[in-house]
Design a binder for this molecule. Structure first.
Ligand code: AHR
Length: 653
């Protein structure tokens, strides 16, 4: 070869390498057969999992803005409450264990005012959940329980006040307080102020005397205007995920650290003043404002099926209840709970639910027996599961039961498996449930929350907790890629994986708000944001399909993932593609002669780096972008950017 020819060949070769680098790896060829449905996709595949962790409810979804509404204290004093003495006012405050408005809340805060007048008020300050998120022209509905030492205590003033300027943003008066415990309500209305969260609440008087207070609460406008309801911004974010079920109340929260601290549902219903509250295993107190009925109303608001986890006789610090007579009261409690959820108003617990404000029964399909019971090293779960299953199936033969650890005494309808991994692991796990990896009971190994493979003749699988744990407080783009790769595997194998829910769902991003790293949706008192992983879930949940389609892939490296589903009724094909590589990926798709509309919808989520993320200050750095892509006959040639998750919606003609 002449020197000139050699130089030309070299130039062509470098151009080819440069072009390949620009478009990424070798092209992937995908052949899809829209006329060949393979397996069904469960209509309940994507749901939500929740518990009181990371200030998910109090300081989160349950919209009460007052922190420590029931005046609990420690060695340092009454938490998040401080004394207010304006001008020459003089007062003291202390916890009073001798009086409260109810048996459940039988203590209070006692404010003794030596001196105060209308201009020089004495009272208490609440600092809220890292502030009070206040908006312009908004009504806040509040209440407190109170009694006065004498009838001449005068009005009680409640105000929202800006921390830095001391400016009163909204104020209301309760004209007088009697000498017996009673609930008083008030409304605070803001005017043309700036939205902010650096605010506090004051409750004060302008008269000497004694005032006892308990259960102070303040709600902003809530989702669907439910009284004492849920934060609208968080509900809207969840609604966009199209969740089909809610697994509640845990997680560890259903178990508690000790039996005494379990989610004792009967203590979480009825008026809030009759709920004593309890400690979450995530180390903070819950007033149980978010009780059993509130969970169900959350389901109702988002059209989700309740997936009820009942306490099964094991708590996290190792206490367990032996199967047999000792376990009977807990089994009965679960039966009562099921009746409260799904019984008619003519049943004992259905009548209680009606009394609590919800006469209509909730549709219940799944009941989960405990949580992660493989932690119980006593080996009692098999027996406990059998006892619960027998009693529940006898009374409710149509309910489907979920075991949370392998059992041999009876075959559960569903087994709950958990996965918390890094993105690289989820890239590998995308084939975890593939039929090619099919296992059988004698070959399968249980490892830290799940089997190493699935038995298609065994119980159906509920992936009740899963997440790619990269990024804190919320997942970054690398985690979203791991999640999306994993979800392609769930969809392809939804004949066996019938339900799945990411965990944890929520985190208050303030310092000290997070107990568990990598949580889907973050917020503070004023606003909230979805992580890249949240948007991946929105995309997968919005374009589910009801069956998978036969397909063949060539040239895919170990960072390319896909699933293809269809909906015959909607005449749609949904193609989910994941490019976990930093470089672009050419994808050449052949729809095997199918007649398709000439334009398809593309939804794309991508970032320049795996560490790229959203945050409370940059909530929309990474969001899905919609566009149209041309379809040539039954072909689509498409270049995916590096680090991207895409959904292509095609219409069959
Ligand atoms: O999601 C956080 C915790 O992880 C859950 O409470 C528990 O079930 C699991 O170990």
């Amino acid at each position: 070869m002449s020197k000139k020819a050699f130089t030309r060949t070299l130039a062509c070769a470098s151009l080819a390498v440069a072009t390949l680098a620009a478009i990424g790896q070798h092209p992937v060829t995908l052949t899809i057969h829209p006329d060949q449905p393979t397996t069904p996709v469960s209509s309940r595949l994507y749901g939500l999992m929740t518990e009181e962790i990371n200030y998910s409810y109090e300081g989160g979804l349950y919209a009460d803005m007052v922190r420590n509404a029931t005046f609990r204290g420690d060695w340092s004093g009454i938490l998040y409450w401080y004394l207010l003495e304006q001008g020459n006012a003089s007062a003291s405050m202390r916890h009073d264990a001798s009086t409260g408005p109810s048996e459940a809340l039988n203590s209070s805060i006692k404010l003794e005012v030596k001196q105060a007048d209308a201009q020089n008020q004495a009272g208490v300050i609440n600092t809220g959940w890292w502030g009070f998120g206040v908006r312009p022209n908004t009504e806040y509905k509040g209440s407190f329980y109170a009694k006065a030492g004498a009838a001449d205590m005068g009005p009680v003033t409640v105000s929202l006040v800006a921390d830095q300027t001391g400016r009163t943003l909204a104020t209301a008066k309760v004209e007088s307080v009697g000498t017996d415990w009673k609930q008083y309500t008030f409304t605070l209305k803001t005017g043309a102020i700036e939205a902010s969260s650096t605010n506090h609440l004051t409750v004060s008087v302008g008269h000497a005397g004694t005032l006892w207070l308990q259960l102070v609460s303040l709600f902003p406008p809530t989702y669907h205007n439910r009284p004492s309801g849920f934060r609208a911004d968080l509900m809207e974010k969840m609604a966009a995920m199209h969740p089909t079920f809610l697994r509640f109340p845990g997680g560890n929260y259903v178990e508690g650290d000790t039996i005494k601290e379990r989610f004792d549902w009967k203590k979480t219903i009825g008026p809030r003043v009759d709920r004593p509250g309890h400690r979450s295993p995530w180390n903070y107190w819950s007033t149980d404002g978010m009780g059993l009925l509130e969970f169900l109303e959350w389901c109702e608001d988002l059209h989700m099926d309740p997936l009820l986890a009942v306490y099964a006789g094991y708590s996290l610090h190792g206490e367990h209840v032996n199967p047999g007579a000792d376990l009977e009261p807990y089994v009965q409690d679960a039966l009562d709970e099921i009746e409260y959820v799904s019984g008619g108003p003519d049943t004992k617990w259905g009548a209680q639910r009606a009394k609590d404000g919800h006469p209509e029964a909730f549709k219940l399909t799944y009941v989960e027996i405990g949580n992660e019971e493989w932690f119980d090293r006593s080996g009692s779960y098999d027996g406990r599961y059998a006892q619960f299953a027998k009693a529940i199936k006898e009374k409710y033969p149509n309910l489907l039961l979920i075991a949370t650890a392998p059992v041999t005494s009876s075959k559960p309808d569903v087994l709950d498996e958990h996965y918390y991994v890094r993105a690289t692991q989820n890239f590998k796990d995308a084939t975890h449930y593939d039929a090619s990896r099919e296992g059988s009971p004698s070959t399968m190994k249980w490892d830290n929350g799940h089997y190493d493979r699935a038995d298609r003749k065994g119980p159906k699988i509920f992936v009740g907790e899963w997440a790619t744990r990269e990024g804190l407080p919320t997942p970054n783009m690398g985690a979203a890629l791991g999640d999306a790769a994993w979800m392609t595997g769930l969809e392809r194998n939804s004949d066996v994986v019938v339900m799945a829910s990411y965990a944890p769902l929520l985190v208050n991003v303030n310092p000290g708000g997070m107990q568990w790293e990598t949580d889907l949706i973050g917020y503070d008192a004023a606003s909230s944001y979805g992580s890249p992983a949240y948007y991946a879930q929105v995309m997968f949940g919005s374009y589910l399909g009801d069956h998978t389609l036969a397909s063949k892939v060539d040239g895919a490296g170990d960072k390319f993932f896909y699933s293809i589903t269809g909906s015959a009724a909607k005449k749609k094909l949904y193609l989910k593609l994941v490019n976990g590589s930093s470089t672009a990926q050419m994808v050449d798709i052949d729809f095997a002669g199918a007649k398709l509309a000439s334009s398809a919808k593309l939804v794309s989520l991508s970032a320049k780096d795996t560490q790229a993320t959203n945050s409370i200050t940059q909530p929309k750095a990474i969001v899905p972008v919609e566009s149209a892509v041309p379809v040539q006959g039954s072909h689509l040639k498409h270049s995916m950017p590096g680090y991207s998750i895409q959904v292509i919606e095609l219409t069959l003609q």
